[in-house]
Design a protein around this ligand. Structure first.
Ligand code: FIX
Ligand code: ZN
Length: 427
């Protein structure tokens, strides 16, 4: 009797909830504000470093790579064009001469549409009009509101001659833009970084002796504090190894990890980029390679008092990275990086991560270089995250486990915002 009633209730519950679940999850995920933990955006106080508007969107390096495949214009001739003309070429070749099928092309259209532009209009100049007399300050608010972002994290390089003076002149901060201390210059070209640090007054020598180690540590401490950096980060080639007797490995062990532990900031490792595969493509020149996930496991095992974030560029590394994250609570996998930031791969990765890690990962970051891009990057990713979540809730409902909307909201908030802040220990 009881069993029969239970079965009836169970099947009613199932049919009611599974019918609604997709719509509810999609709405809740869309309404959940995001912390975008890795972007290349800047606060308006950084002046021209903050890229925004249609010509910047069209000349995104993802689209430069695409146009240089279909156009027979020599690479150098393309790069010699003023930005406006590069944008016009891309619009003509990738949007007018053929349908804008790639994810990067579709993204431009999503962003323009959500900003309220008329997408039946194919005249680029008409779209340009919208951006003409906007102020960057206001545009930031419009875009973050449209994309429903709480805040973004910038990529901040103390060795960058354009951004360095803004920090040195006492950037007052902007609650919409947090900082991440980026260490590629220090870790991936020590000879040059050493010389630059000497010019700045640090007592450094190429040999990485104890005096130099102390000076690098001083630089890390000063810049973590100056920027209020939430984490330190670096991108690495596929042959990233750990432990490693190269300058990179030695600086990581003797400077970055002690600084991370003492200052309470994680180290984000972005592994698998082959820089400059075709140098003629400039910012679009980089490729991808398979990396060694054991290096990640070893660093997490040897430094349990440090926290590590990791994203890997090769699709083939994703499963092993997930399994490694199950073994180390000081490891947080994040995002679908760069060539993985495409719907089919986001779905595959998000599904796999959820099946292996439950809700304990950060599903996405935008990597936006142009402000307006966060609109499309997050709309497209949210839809996929919602789809995967809805499937998983449907599976739970099928066991008789009821799901309520407030539980969905709680889970979505963990994925899109809370997991990152909890991992930082700042909640
Ligand atoms: O190293 C990185 O942070 C990469 O994400 C970028 O350098 C890359 O150019 C990019 O924008 C990828 O989306
Ligand atoms: Zn990036």
């Amino acid at each position: 009797m009881i069993t029969a009633r239970k079965e009836r209730e169970h099947s009613m519950n199932q049919s009611m909830n599974t019918a609604d679940i997709r719509e509810v999850v999609a709405r809740v995920v869309a309404q959940t504000p995001v912390t975008d933990l890795h972007t290349h955006l800047y606060a308006p106080a950084f002046g021209p470093l903050l890229l925004w508007g249609i010509d910047e969107m069209l000349t995104y390096h993802y689209l430069a790579a695409e146009v240089l495949r279909v156009s027979d214009m020599p690479y150098e001739a393309y790069w010699a064009l003023p930005k406006k003309q590069q944008a016009e070429l891309i619009w003509r070749e990738l949007f007018i001469e053929r349908s804008p099928m790639s994810e990067a092309c579709r993204g431009v259209l999503t962003a323009l549409d959500r900003l309220g532009l008329d997408m039946t209009e194919r005249d680029l100049n008409t779209h340009r009009d919208y951006f003409m007399d906007r102020r960057p300050e206001d545009h930031v608010d419009t875009v973050l509101k449209t994309a429903n972002l709480k805040c973004v994290v910038m990529t901040n390089d103390p060795f960058d001659p354009l951004e360095r003076p803004v920090w040195m002149n006492g950037f007052a901060g902007d609650k919409r833009f947090h900082a991440a201390l980026r260490l590629d210059a220090l870790l991936n070209d020590w000879g040059r970084a050493c010389a630059t640090m000497r010019e700045w007054g640090y007592d450094t020598e190429p040999d990485l002796g104890s005096k130099t180690v102390a000076e690098i540590r001083r630089l890390l401490d000063e810049w973590t504090q100056r920027m209020g950096a939430l984490y330190m980060a670096a991108s690495f080639p596929p042959d990233f190894a750990f432990p490693d007797d190269s300058p990179r490995g030695r600086i990581i062990e003797s400077c970055v990890l002690p600084a991370g532990r003492d200052n309470g900031v994680p180290f984000a490792m972005m592994i698998g980029v082959k820089r400059n595969v075709n140098p003629a493509l400039k910012l679009a020149a980089d490729g991808v390679g398979l990396s060694d996930v054991d290096a990640v496991a070893r660093i997490c095992a040897q430094y349990p008092d440090n926290r590590f974030m990791a994203t890997m560029l090769a699709r083939e590394n994703q499963h092993e990275l997930c399994v490694t994250a199950r073994k180390f609570r000081n490891l947080m996998p994040f995002g679908c990086w760069w060539f993985l930031n495409n719907p089919s791969l986001i779905e595959e990765m998000t599904r796999m991560r959820m099946e292996l890690l439950g809700l304990g990962f950060v599903p996405q970051h935008s990597d936006a270089r142009v402000l307006d891009q966060v609109i499309y990057k997050w709309e497209h990713s949210r839809a996929i995250i919602a789809k995967v979540l809805a499937d998983k809730y449907a599976d739970l409902i099928a066991t008789g486990w009821p799901i309520e909307e407030n539980e969905i909201a709680r889970d979505a908030a963990r994925l899109l915002d809370g997991n990152f802040w909890n991992f930082l220990g700042r909640n």
